[in-house]
Design a protein around this ligand. Structure first.
Ligand code: MCN
Ligand code: MO
Length: 729
């Protein structure tokens, strides 16, 4: 059995030997390089754009301005600002040149005449709807009320009623590779190389805009240097690049500079929760009323993140009286969309802060407060209709409690020596496997090697290895003989992609079902080749055996017999070919859960140091504990960044103050720390392979645990992400 084993990643060799192929490594003769001229101010009316000087530059082939394409939840001035500039970084013009440096030099010669408009940057200001972020439009792009039970009544019957404002700042997803696209126009067809989380989504988006101008669009996912949720949905620059290659009938390449990526890549998080909540003296949470303001920036496609946060607000707790008033507001900033965790980290920050605050206010132990509120019967229908499927939350919490108590012990000792240390624990609920289904095809080639094609688009997670383990077990072959490929819309009919921690579960189960289907076909073909009745045969360890006669055939023999001359094949009833496709999806989402415990120190220079860190997850069957563990490690470090280092900051006029990696701090090897991880397999999903996802969990569990530890270290309540230096006095 490979499932459950720490198999080394199959995908790494090419990257560690330098033979990865990212978009910018792919070269086509005759390529034009595209450079985007971006707005330097946050809100203005465009009066005139003069490109005549730019067009005179030797090597410049064309300049595009005023391109607008109607697209769902995007402003009228999309993908380019035609008459109104909405944020710093908004594309205004695109220079196409035979050399990328010529293109960027020519960009300086584009003259934009504009009339500045007042900008609204602060989301609470935006909610007042006085200064408009988009001319002629209300700032309130989205309003929704989620209500369950009777929260007002429950508050009036509570022993304590508390109020708090939690702020979760915007972050930049910071993949190592910025975005980019290469669009190749060939005889009426488009071949698009993308740094994306889903080749199929990209094709569908591009077809909606360019489908009537080209015969077909094929999208290939190049190697992707990280995405973290931010490379799933379409971007202005991608549409501008494709438009240009159709217009000039040439390959066009666009690669973002890091500083452009800070302004162009959708920011994540950006939520404010103004919360009123009540509790009984014993720590029972009675009700939550939450005004949730999501800072959408200049487009409204990020509203679903508030919906996820709102419906997940009860977390793993029994509270049934809630009201969440969601306000999605436009601001003159880069549009907002998903970042690893997507709505669940925001919810967890709020419900875990609430648990800790209740324990402080009522002088109760934080674990006891959690236990008092914990859901103990699963499946459970949460007050907003989400069905938590499986698991034993209490068991996991009890395991985490042991770690917590031992960290407390250490903390007491260190505190007695005058050190500012604290311990934090978080319990969190994850929700994953979004998207209707995923596809997989499994083939056996003539040499007996197995090829798996999946509709998901992994980009660093290690899914190739995980899925190879599943298929190798099912077919009884060596994991080294299983190759997993993906990321090309010409490879498999339809698919979705890699997001919402779904790939192992959905594509993995599709691959499992396809392997089972393929085994039936192998048996039928073998029956013919072995001149046996199919009922007499058994599939075992990559072989078909006839227990009665002792006769057997390996998959390799069957696969090569399958290739025999036409007569040899058509003489049989079964058609040739060893290939099967299957699809897998859930009726309900799955709900993994976990707990994080940390011992942290704030030193005299207010620097945060993690002295110990422990995470426990229950994701049902773990296919490869090493892959899952590395996802947790990466996620904890990202969560650390979000908790103490990373923040997108704009000044009051909408200038981005943290627009490069000098001003925007992400954790590096220097800040990294040791993380211990353990897993339970009690909460199985109802899939044939009863797994759930792990790709995002750690970004949900880390901030509330860490902020609690810091709060205990300094003895002052912390309510925002990240905690800033001035908070840590
Ligand atoms: N796994 C496992 N057993 C399970 C579940 C998962 O062994 N029960 C393994 C899988 O084989 C895979 C990894 O854990 O190697 C993650 O699988 P899964 O939870 O299915 O998540 P996805 O593959 O769908 O990845 C998406 C997830 C998301 S949504 C974001 S955002 C994120 C993340 O993955 N972005 C990442 N981790 C990232 N890691 C890297 N390196 N780069 C990103 O951009
Ligand atoms: Mo994601």
């Amino acid at each position: 059995m490979y499932i459950g084993q720490r198999i080394k990643r199959k995908e790494d060799l090419k990257f560690i030997t330098g033979s990865g192929r990212y978009i910018d490594d792919i070269e086509y003769p005759g390529t034009l390089y595209l450079y985007i001229v971006r707005s330097q101010i946050s809100h203005a009316r465009i009066k005139k754009i003069d490109v005549s000087d730019a067009l005179k530059v030797n090597g410049v082939v064309g300049v595009i301005t005023g391109l607008t394409i109607p697209f769902e939840n995007r402003p009228n001035n999309w993908p380019m600002a035609k008459d109104e500039i909405l944020y710093v970084g908004h594309p205004i013009a695109a220079i196409l040149a035979t050399d990328r440096y010529v293109a960027s030099d020519a960009a300086d010669l584009v003259q934009v005449e504009y009339e500045e408009l007042p900008a609204v940057i602060d989301p609470e200001e935006a909610l007042k709807d006085k200064v408009k972020a988009v001319e002629g439009k209300s700032n309130v792009a989205y309003k929704k009320e989620y209500k369950a039970g009777d929260p007002e009544d429950a508050l009036s019957h509570s022993d304590v009623v508390l109020e708090e404002k939690f702020e979760i700042s915007r972050v930049y997803p910071s993949p190592m590779e910025p975005r980019g696209l290469l669009s190749v126009y060939q005889e009426g067809n488009l071949l698009v190389y993308a740094s994306t989380q889903s080749a199929h989504y990209m094709r569908r988006y591009l077809l909606s805009a360019f489908g009537n101008q080209v015969k077909d669009i094929r999208v290939i996912q190049a190697d992707v240097g990280g995405a973290f949720g931010a490379k799933l949905f379409p971007y202005a620059e991608e549409f501008i690049t494709v438009y240009s290659s159709v217009k000039y009938k040439r390959p066009v390449k666009w690669i973002a500079l890091r500083s452009e990526d800070f302004r162009g890549m959708y920011h994540g998080r950006g939520q404010i929760h103004k919360v009123k909540f009540g509790a009984k003296r014993d720590g029972t949470l009675t009700a939550i009323i939450d005004d949730l303001i999501i800072d959408l920036g200049a487009a409204s496609h990020g509203t679903y993140l508030a919906d996820i946060a709102a419906t997940m607000l009860p977390g793993p707790y029994k509270v049934r009286n809630l009201r969440v008033n969601v306000y999605g507001v436009y601001t003159n900033k880069t549009p907002l969309d998903q970042y690893r965790g997507a709505g669940r980290p925001e919810a967890a920050f709020v419900y875990e802060r609430i648990m800790d605050i209740i324990s402080d206010e009522l002088k109760l132990d934080p674990i006891e407060v959690r236990k008092r509120n914990l859901i103990t019967q699963l499946p459970y229908l949460n007050p907003f209709g989400l069905k938590y499927d499986s698991g034993n939350y209490l068991h996991l919490l009890e395991k985490a409690e042991k770690v917590y108590r031992s960290y407390e012990e250490k903390a007491r000792e260190l505190r007695s020596k005058g050190r500012r240390v604290g311990v934090g624990l978080s319990l969190y609920l994850e929700q994953n496997n979004f998207g209707p289904w995923e596809s997989a095809s499994v083939r056996i080639k003539a040499d007996g090697k197995v090829q798996v094609i999946i509709g998901a688009s992994p980009h660093g997670q290690g899914t190739e290895t995980g899925i190879a383990q599943i298929v190798a077990d099912e077919l009884g072959v060596s994991v080294d003989d299983v190759e997993v490929i993906w990321g090309d819309t010409a490879l498999i009919g339809e698919g979705f992609g890699t997001y919402g921690s779904r790939s192992l579960t959905l594509a993995g189960n599709a691959a499992l079902l396809a392997s089972r289907r393929l085994k039936d076909k192998i048996l039928r073909l073998a029956a013919q080749f072995m001149k046996s009745d199919v009922q007499e045969l058994e599939y075992k360890d990559g072989k078909v055996v006839n227990p009665k006669t002792g006769q057997s055939m390996s998959i390799k023999e069957i696969a090569s017999r399958n290739m025999a001359s036409l007569g040899g094949i058509w003489a049989f009833k079964e058609e040739p070919g060893l290939e099967a496709t299957a699809y897998f999806g859930f009726d309900n989402l799955t709900y993994p859960y976990g707990a994080h415990v940390t011992l942290a120190e704030v030193d005299d220079s207010r620097k945060v140091k993690i002295l110990d860190y422990y995470a426990i997850d229950d994701i049902g069957t773990v296919v490869n504990p090493m892959l899952a563990e590395t996802q947790v490690i990466g996620g904890v470090i990202q969560g650390f960044g979000e908790s103490v280092l990373e923040e997108i900051v704009y000044d009051k006029d909408g200038n981005l103050l943290t627009g490069n990696l000098f001003d925007y701090a992400i954790p590096t090897a220097v800040e990294a720390f040791n993380i211990k991880w353990e897993y339970l397999e009690e909460g199985k999903s109802d899939a044939p392979l009863p797994a759930k996802g792990i790709g995002e969990g750690a970004t949900i569990g880390t901030p509330p645990a860490l902020i609690r530890a810091l709060e205990k270290a300094i003895g002052k309540r912390l309510t925002r992400l990240p905690s800033k230096l001035e908070d840590l006095i």
